[in-house]
Design a protein around this ligand. Structure first.
Ligand SMILES: [Zn+2]
Length: 70
């Protein structure tokens, strides 16, 4: 029997890496999610720094719908 999960590549969603502020380096928080104006499969995530305000935005692939686990 092979052991396949010795090096799991998928982390739980709760363990997302922090997003440091590009200005001061403090952790930013996800403040808003907007649909991408050109690509329907993407979203724009706006991050807010406590000190600097909205300093960062990321274009990310839209999250799949939540799976029903039951
Ligand atoms: Zn900052």
């Amino acid at each position: 029997m092979r052991i396949q999960d010795a090096f799991p590549k998928l982390k739980p969603a709760m363990l997302e890496p922090i997003n440091p502020c590009p200005v001061c380096g403090a952790e930013t928080t996800l403040a808003e999610i907007e649909p991408h104006p050109l690509h329907i499969d993407f979203e724009i995530h706006g991050y807010l720094c406590d000190r600097c305000g909205p300093t960062k935005s990321l274009v990310v692939l839209r999250s799949p719908p939540l799976q029903v686990l039951m």
